[in-house]
Design a protein around this ligand. Structure first.
Ligand code: FES
Ligand SMILES: [Fe+2]
Length: 429
């Protein structure tokens, strides 16, 4: 906490425009800001996605992951409960577990063999009594006082979230009902099965990726594939939900046959790059089935600071956004199916997984665009981005031609960081 306060007061000297329509570029560039984020955001009162409950099916299963840069271990013990604690040995700080996923009875640190149980209690110290009465730990050494710090945990329809701050609000309050409902829509009452995972390294600050995820404005413009094959146009029925605090969002769209005909002409009239002479040689790539019995074919949901739940047709995935430096980010993808999928449905999901990921027909551009911004703003730390699309508020809207959910992200972020909110009105007013 002391560190957190230090970081917050360091940031108070920084002025942020009052309007939510301006984002100063230095926020993507400075080491000092990056350090303060680790304290104020990732160690602060936020919930971070850790893993799926389904990935810890058996007692003894574990997952080594991160909150920001902080390594953490998530386990299932023999009491059936899930636990999480810092993945850092209480002795001299080595990682307790090295593998990303595994199964174990307990953990032994490789350095000097201190051991931990599945709940993260320090249970053994090698040569604690010394040898032949010589050496060893002092009499007053107490193992219980040297266990790694435990995290607070929450389980939302099989998504495990953790927080390093005991003062974080309950997850239901943190997310709000609308976001909870939309998570439930995709995951409620279903048993996920992991179809595959990979990590994508992004050449940009993590916040540029979160902006991109919340940016419904770009989807049908940057992603030629969407419009070429009629998967997502801004004039489809859809909308944006921004949570009350601004930090979380849902962008969704549904099939609307009537709009389809109009759509082609709108895009053509405005000379937006949205059509091409190319056709899929195997159209079964975009064959789909109704995911949960409704018409919604796209639902992208984000939870601040760094979680995404994706439904693009039948490609369901969770994404964990992990900052690894001022201008580097690890993006961990986990593709999901469900236990009661038919073989055909699973095949459809596998085919559609080609839409996303680093080489995905759709999301390849998202992996590059953050780098274009990072490179574009070099030398412009005193300039800012403008976020005026759809007004200057951070509220839900029926139109996806808006940057409302990006403004919401910054609203929560700038408050958590303790910047002093300046007098500049910003161009959006
Ligand atoms: S650092 Fe883990 S036992 Fe020494
Ligand atoms: Fe995108």
């Amino acid at each position: 906490m002391a560190d957190g306060n230090r970081a917050a007061s360091a940031m108070a000297g920084r002025s942020w425009p009052r309007s939510l329509t301006e984002v100063p570029y230095w926020v993507f560039q400075e080491e000092e800001v990056y350090r303060a984020e680790q304290e104020n955001i990732f160690h602060g009162p936020f919930w971070s996605y850790l893993c799926l409950e389904a990935e810890l099916a058996e007692p003894g299963d574990f997952c080594a992951t991160f909150i920001g840069e902080q390594p953490v271990l998530v386990t299932r013990d023999h009491d059936g409960q899930i636990y999480a604690f810092e993945n850092r040995c209480a002795h001299r700080g080595a990682l307790i577990a090295m593998e990303h996923y595994g199964h174990t009875r307990d953990f032994t640190c490789v350095y000097h063999a201190w051991t931990y149980n599945l709940q993260g209690d320090l249970t053994g110290v090698a040569f604690e009594e010394g040898i032949n009465g010589k050496g060893g730990m002092g009499k007053d050494f107490c193992k219980a006082a040297h266990s790694p710090r435990r995290l607070r945990l929450a389980n939302v329809h099989g998504l495990i979230f953790g927080s390093l701050d005991n003062d974080v609000p309950e997850i239901e309050e943190y997310l709000g009902q609308e976001i909870l409902d939309r998570i439930e829509r995709v995951l409620g009452g279903r048993k996920p099965v992991v179809l595959g995972r990979f990590t994508q390294e992004l050449p940009n600050n993590w916040k540029l990726y979160m902006e991109n995820v919340k940016d419904s404005y770009h989807a049908s413009i940057l992603h030629l594939f969407f419009t070429t094959f009629g998967l997502n146009k801004l004039n489809q029925k859809g909308g944006i939900i921004v949570s009350e605090n601004g930090g979380h969002h849902v962008s969704w769209s549904a099939i609307n046959r009537e709009a389809e005909a109009k759509a082609a002409s709108t895009y053509k009239d405005q000379n937006i790059r949205s059509d091409s002479e190319y056709q899929l040689q195997d159209p079964s790539l975009v064959d789909s089935f109704s995911e949960v019995g409704d018409d919604i074919t796209l639902q992208i949901l984000s939870v601040s600071p760094g979680f995404v739940l994706q439904q693009i047709q039948n490609s369901i995935a969770v994404r964990q956004v992990l900052p690894t430096g001022v201008d580097t980010t690890s993006l961990n993808w986990t593709y999901l199916g469900f236990e009661d999928d038919t073989e055909k449905q699973q095949l459809t999901r596998m085919k559609q997984s080609n839409l996303v990921g680093p080489a995905g027909y759709v999301s390849m551009e998202d992996g590059a665009i953050g780098g274009f911004v990072q490179r574009g703003i070099a030398g412009a730390s005193s300039e800012s981005a403008t976020l005026q699309m759809g007004g200057d508020q951070a509220v839900s809207s029926e139109s996806r031609v808006t940057e409302a959910s990006i403004r919401g992200f910054w609203k929560v972020y700038r408050e958590a960081m303790g910047f002093s909110i300046g007098e500049t009105e910003g161009a959006g007013k």
